[in-house]
Write a protein that binds this ligand. Structure first.
Ligand code: AHG
Ligand code: MN
Ligand code: MN
Length: 404
């Protein structure tokens, strides 16, 4: 892996026209020249053939949809969104270029994850750096940040970036196409990276209020104002889950093509589930509402819910999204705001969960209605099956009414 000069480090830019660090050695990422097929014009996304490796190309091209072809035709495949103005025709290409940049960064990061021990990428940074949260940075936290930030900056479609790994917002070079602000957690679950447990990248996209001008107020708005959100999980498969405001779609990286291929045309979170996901090691600090909910699913249900907790938000949420149940990182007496950052962890995941028919709250209010006051602010979160999240809220409300 190339040694990148740090991207963003020292670029505590206060105004968009401040000078830029020279773009470092560009990383190459030769994407296989995979053919992409226009999405079925009537907008129906046919289920991708079960196997779609290169030798199936001639089999059933019409159902072979890649991330590239999807985002290039988002306004036709999501006509209701175009009609609502959620995806404006003139913006579509810019959003496509931004998402392509994210996809390329995710491919690069998954490559690093796969080669971790072989390429001496495991472990903490040499100089034991910490991020703004005071958390020890892993080598891959830093590389993932640089790859994401450089790719988005060079896409020329962003005015500003907010990264978990950078204290201040990064103002991108002024561009007439700078329509968006991207917030991201470049490597989520990084404490798990050395033991090969699934990790991922999380991102959210806002529309900049002023074309080409970065402004911190563009992201100090309710999470529901995002125009797109997604995550990429580096697990047994490399899976990108994405919504541009409508249905939630899953794309799986086909290493033989270097393309993300549509494998989940319309992800729906089951209305209820049989698992709960929370770090029970913190239960002594929990509120009465949280304790009551967990006792309820353990002792009151016909059969107890199963506890599933990986410790990588992306992996825990991906399982909850597909199988149902709940994922929680509650506030407690030790950490009243919990651990997860609202802007680049809670909001994108809540945005995806809601569009898949699930729900996300903090026990008292909808996550996506919250207005952040700072870019690294933490916030408690419960998300997953709509009925189960409603149950969590009920236990929190009852406990609060009793003054507990
Ligand atoms: P990150 O690696 O980006 O700092 O995120 C780690 C987060 C999240 O992925 C996970 O849900 C949570 O940390 C687990 O925290 P605990 O170890 O306290 O349970
Ligand atoms: Mn994270
Ligand atoms: Mn992270």
């Amino acid at each position: 892996m190339g040694n990148f000069p740090r991207f963003g480090r020292g670029r505590r830019l206060t105004s968009p026209n401040a000078t830029r660090v020279e773009a470092a050695v560009p990383y190459t990422n030769s994407e296989a020249g995979a053919q992409t097929r226009a999405v079925d014009r009537c907008g129906a996304m046919k289920r991708v053939a079960s196997s779609h490796s290169i030798d199936d190309f001639g089999e059933d091209l019409d159902s072979f949809v890649t991330l590239s072809s999807f985002i290039l035709t988002a306004s036709t495949t999501c006509p209701s969104l175009a009609a609502k103005g959620h995806i404006k025709k003139e913006e579509e290409t810019d959003l496509c270029i931004l998402l392509q940049s994210v996809a390329t960064s995710c491919k690069y990061i998954q490559n690093c994850v796969r080669k971790l021990g072989l390429a001496n990428l495991s472990g903490k940074t040499q100089d034991l750096t910490t991020n703004v949260q005071g958390e020890q940075q892993m080598k891959l936290d830093v590389i993932a940040h640089d790859v994401f930030a450089r790719g988005l900056d060079e896409s020329k479609r962003c005015t500003m970036l907010v990264s978990e790994e950078e204290e201040d917002a990064i103002m991108c070079a002024t561009s007439p196409h700078g329509r968006y602000v991207c917030v991201f957690d470049p490597l989520d679950g990084s404490s798990n990276i050395d033991c090969c447990v699934s990790v991922g990248s999380i991102f959210g996209v806002y529309r900049a209020k002023t074309l080409g001008v970065g402004d911190i107020n563009d992201v100090l708005v309710p999470g529901k104002e995002m125009v797109a959100a997604g995550y990429c999980m580096y697990g047994s498969a490399c899976t990108m889950v994405l919504t541009v405001g409508g249905n939630v779609r899953g794309f799986t990286l086909d290493p033989s093509l270097g393309e993300f291929v549509l494998t989940h045309p319309k992800i729906k979170c089951p209305p209820s589930g049989a698992t709960y996901s929370v770090n029970e090691g913190n239960s002594r600090y929990w509120s009465a509402g949280m304790k009551r909910y967990v006792d309820h699913v353990k002792y009151d249900k016909e059969s107890p819910h199963s506890l599933r907790y990986i410790g990588s938000m992306v992996a825990d949420v991906h399982r909850t999204l597909l199988y149902g149940g709940t994922f929680s990182y509650p506030g407690d007496s030790k950490s009243p705001n919990g651990k997860l950052r609202i802007l680049y962890e809670c909001f994108p995941m809540a945005y995806i969960m809601e569009r898949a028919g699930g729900a996300a709250s903090d026990g008292t209010q909808r996550i996506l209605d919250i207005v952040p006051t700072s870019i690294h602010q933490r916030h408690p979160i419960h998300m997953g099956s709509e009925e189960d999240v409603e149950e969590i809220d009920r236990f929190h409300r009852e406990a609060e009414m009793e003054g507990k």
